[in-house]
Design a protein around this ligand. Structure first.
Ligand SMILES: [Zn+2]
Length: 324
């Protein structure tokens, strides 16, 4: 199944299996973090989050979760709460774990960054076909594209008693869009924040810049794209920890490249030595960390291809550097 990253089909499938193994039956978590703001956390897939903000002049849904069985529970709540008010569905980025259920909100106005719409137009149908082929749960889903796109600057969505500030938050992917509920000081980051920063489909400098922007906001609660909400008291340390992690992996990968070490040698850089616990995201952190390192290595000018079987790392590095 292609879920987390359209350019990276194998890891998401493994993550799906891990998600199933960790789940025990269907028990999606629903938290009411204020009187009128809800967070849904998938039991099936990598603790991915969706949110619902109930306002006097509309209901905003933030992301959809991938599995229809779980998304339909959100749809039921939204229908019960909306009472005729308009429904807005905000997509934080194009990855399927956040957007696959969009078609289950046919009455909603869908909002996303312009780059999200571009990517869904370019890759969404193919990703959906792959998902359908691998899991019958997705057979009835169709691709739903955003109606309104944010191209430059922030978008303010005023829904009576609540103001949602939508701002570009690239880094995990180029099209990231964060949602800040001003009155409650609650921030939905999409995957700009998750238990371990993940930049395989994105850009590490943009990820740091986005985290710095988040640092400047006054937040009561941060709802990350995956994992448990982060409360005001812990937010500064968590955000700084993520910036430190990104700086650490850049530093380590640069050092490896300068020393002309092969890509495989990156495996010796432990995730915890870069400041992220191995148990983060149901123990998936080491796997995601490894992929961050490999992606960075390639971007920063390391060898492009993995070493061939039966050759020593040293030999491979030498031969690869010739073809680079
Ligand atoms: Zn995600």
């Amino acid at each position: 199944m292609v879920i987390v990253c359209l350019t990276d089909p194998f890891l998401p499938f493994k993550m799906h299996l891990v998600g199933i193994l960790h789940g025990c039956g269907f028990a999606m978590q629903r938290d009411r973090i204020t009187d009128d703001i809800y967070v849904f956390t998938s039991d099936f897939y990598a603790q991915v989050n969706a949110g619902v903000v109930l306002a006097t002049e509309g209901v905003a849904v933030i992301d959809t979760l991938p599995f229809p069985e779980e998304t339909r529970e959100i749809v039921r709540l939204v229908k019960a709460l909306a009472e005729g008010r308009p429904i807005y569905l905000i997509l934080t980025h194009y990855h399927m774990d956040h957007t696959l259920g969009a078609c289950l909100f046919p009455q909603a106005v869908v909002i996303a960054h312009a780059l999200c719409r571009e990517r869904l137009e370019a890759h969404g149908e193919h990703a959906l076909q792959q998902a359908r082929a691998q899991d019958p749960n997705f057979a009835t889903l169709t691709l739903r594209l955003p109606d309104i796109v944010v191209e430059e600057g922030d978008l303010l969505l005023r829904l009576g008693n609540k103001t949602l500030q939508l701002f570009h938050a690239p880094g995990h992917s180029p099209d990231g869009l964060a949602v800040y509920v001003r009155e409650d000081r609650i921030l939905f980051t999409g995957d700009a924040m998750m238990p371990i920063p993940y930049v395989v489909d994105g850009d590490v400098d943009q990820a740091v810049a986005t985290l710095q922007r988040i640092q400047d906001l006054s937040v009561e609660t941060i709802v990350p794209g995956h994992g448990v909400p982060i409360l005001r008291g812990e937010a500064p340390d968590v955000i700084q920890g993520h910036i430190n992690y990104l700086n650490a992996i850049v530093r380590e990968v640069r050092r490896h490249i300068q020393q002309k070490k092969p890509r495989e040698a990156l495996r010796e850089i432990d995730v915890e030595s870069c400041g992220i616990p191995r148990i983060a995201l149901n123990g998936l952190a080491p796997q995601l960390h490894q992929r961050n390192l490999f992606a960075l290595y390639q971007r920063l000018g390391g060898e492009a291809s993995p070493p061939r079987k039966g050759r020593t790392a040293k030999t491979t590095a030498r031969s690869s550097s010739k073809s680079a």
